[in-house]
Ligand binder design. Sequence first.
Ligand code: C5P
Length: 400
Amino acid sequence: MTEKKRLLLGITGGIAAYKIAEAARLFTQEDIEVHTVMTESACHFVGPATFQALTGNPVYTDLWQASAMQNMPHIHLSRKVDLILIAPASADFIAKLANGLADDLLATLCLARNCPLLIAPAMNRQMWENPATQRNLSRLRQDGVGILGPAYGTQACGETGMGRMLEAPALLEALRNAMFSDKLFSGTRILITAGPTFEAIDAVRGITNRSSGKMGYAIAQAAIESGATVTLISGPTCLTPPAVHQFIPVISADEMLHAVQTTTPQTDIFISVAAVADYRAAQIQPQKIKKTNTALSIELIPAPDILQTVSQSPNPPFCVGFAAETEQLVQNAQIKRRKKKLPLLVANLVQDAIGADESELILFDDNGKHLLSKAAKIVQAHRIIQHIHTLYPQSGHLVS
Ligand code: C5P
């Protein structure tokens, strides 16, 4: 890293605040200049002196204290940094952000910012699952705020579930990605498919694949953060889409193919993360099929292979495939990469990955295979985007 970057580290009230001391040390070791702002409740968990010592900069805790030092502190502090990271981000602070409140120094800084904002939520699992929290997070995603984690695991309260803040090394990696790779793909048009497809059998039933859409949505978020113009075509999921340039919801493989083919002429890179059904019903019954006591046969015919259709078209974009396997991961992935003529294929073992927030992946390209050790999907997404960047200029594909 050559250019020194400036970070505003916002700490809100939560026991995970103690972990941020370690993160602040890692950030400064990376030559990131860290300016810390703590909310009043954060100060009940950790002391400003810790962060002052670790970062070598004054720590701000109060709007009025900061006002005494400089005029308009909320403008100055947020203007002089390249990124704001709130870690831990409490449920209360997330609610404030989602509603644009500005009743303390940190919330005011966030509202007055003109730089990217990342938050690392940390809270009890029930607070995390509460519809109000999820609603607030959806709004923040739509506003372009990057959400790091949380992870699943044991919590300070003794319960187990979602809500653990990401560990310091994962936060550092996310920060590096957001601060140092933001221009990797500016001006590049990236198309991503995500989620499952649903192939109707009759008016109410259908065939689908187990896919949460989390990996595809994380890649869309990472692609946005790399400066790309992103189109996300998604099968049915429960997720809120990130702030992409264009979002196209679809149901079936045929609909996804149509949306992809409409978009590929304006696409430089196609990342096919969707778990597309391989078969669909030959005939969709318009009414609900009635139950009987005899066996029922449904004729299935192959669904279109969207990625193969695109990668073997006359002037294809740079194509990236995903392979989810239950056995013989390496062999199957290599066969698939050759068959679909892909410069890059990302493989994972499905038992570990579906619906999880972390994954372990292997990348296959012309240079061989590269392991991406277990990490949060957003971290993996940034690693994949960076890897694509190393291959993209040499792929012979020219950006039009
Ligand atoms: O299903 P399979 O393992 O062949 O999937 C590998 C890749 O091909 C994935 O990137 C997936 O998005 C894509 N695919 C597709 N259309 C299909 C099946 C898979 O685009 N019908």
